[in-house]
Design a binder for this molecule. Structure first.
Ligand code: HEC
Ligand code: HEC
Ligand code: HEC
Ligand code: HEC
Length: 124
């Protein structure tokens, strides 16, 4: 009789501990991911490009508005789509993916003073 009771106690304790651990883990890891990416690795055949998203932004960096790059944004606060959703590798409606990136990134850098040499972007 005693043995069974003890085992049951142990089982209850374990269940209680697991519950506590579960709640703590949920609280610690269930935080929402950041709304805006901080850095993005743009993988491609020319050598990967590490794009510092945060550094380019209006509030935290070079003062550029979301819609200046995410030209698909209709309302402030909407979540933009990845460029490649429309700019596919072999061209959809607009310029094909690599051209869209080169045009936008280099285009602004030519005026605004960012890097324009291949290896400065294709550095990874
Ligand atoms: C200098 C250009 C630039 C600016 C400014 C910019 N972004 Fe981006 N953003 C990008 C690029 C490039 C990507 C990567 C897109 C891809 O992977 O096709 C990206 C990716 C994102 C993604 C991830 C999209 C996905 O689902 O993969 C979100 C969300 C995002 N940006 C939100 C914002 C918001 C909000 C702002 C303004 C506060 C902003 N961005 C400003 C260029 C920019
Ligand atoms: C919802 C679809 C869509 C998304 C998402 C999108 N584009 Fe476009 N883009 C287009 C279309 C369609 C065109 C051609 C018509 C136009 O200029 O609006 C275009 C045109 C362009 C052009 C040429 C503009 C010019 O003046 O010649 C560039 C550069 C460009 N996109 C870059 C990007 C970049 C970089 C991203 C991601 C940050 C992006 N686009 C996201 C659809 C999209
Ligand atoms: C609307 C303007 C604009 C656009 C679009 C833009 N940049 Fe920039 N970028 C800048 C400016 C401004 C600087 C900082 C120049 C300085 O003061 O040194 C910069 C700096 C950089 C740097 C060097 C320093 C750093 O922050 O890492 C890299 C790399 C870079 N940009 C990559 C990119 C890539 C890749 C894209 C396209 C996905 C892009 N940029 C689009 C304006 C822009
Ligand atoms: C301002 C940054 C920047 C500069 C400067 C730059 N690139 Fe790129 N390049 C990119 C980005 C961003 C992509 C697209 C990454 C993606 O597809 O996600 C790209 C894509 C490419 C690709 C892949 C094309 C494909 O169809 O897959 C090649 C090859 C390439 N670049 C070569 C070059 C060469 C050569 C130069 C110099 C003449 C150069 N790039 C200058 C940012 C840059």
């Amino acid at each position: 009789m005693m043995e069974v009771k003890k085992e049951r106690m142990i089982a209850y304790c374990l269940a209680a501990i697991l519950l506590v651990v579960g709640v703590i883990c949920y609280a610690a890891f269930a935080k929402k991911p950041p709304e805006q990416p901080i850095r993005i690795m743009l993988k491609n055949t020319g050598g990967n490009v590490l794009f510092d998203h945060k550094e380019h932004l209006a509030e935290s960096g070079y003062g550029i508005d979301c819609a200046d790059c995410h030209h698909d944004l209709e309302n402030k606060g909407d979540r933009p789509s990845p460029c490649g959703k429309c700019h596919t590798a072999d061209g959809g409606e607009g310029p094909k993916k690599s051209e869209a990136f080169h045009k936008q990134c280099q285009g602004c850098h030519k005026d605004g003073g960012g890097p324009v040499n291949c290896a400065q972007c294709h550095a990874m």
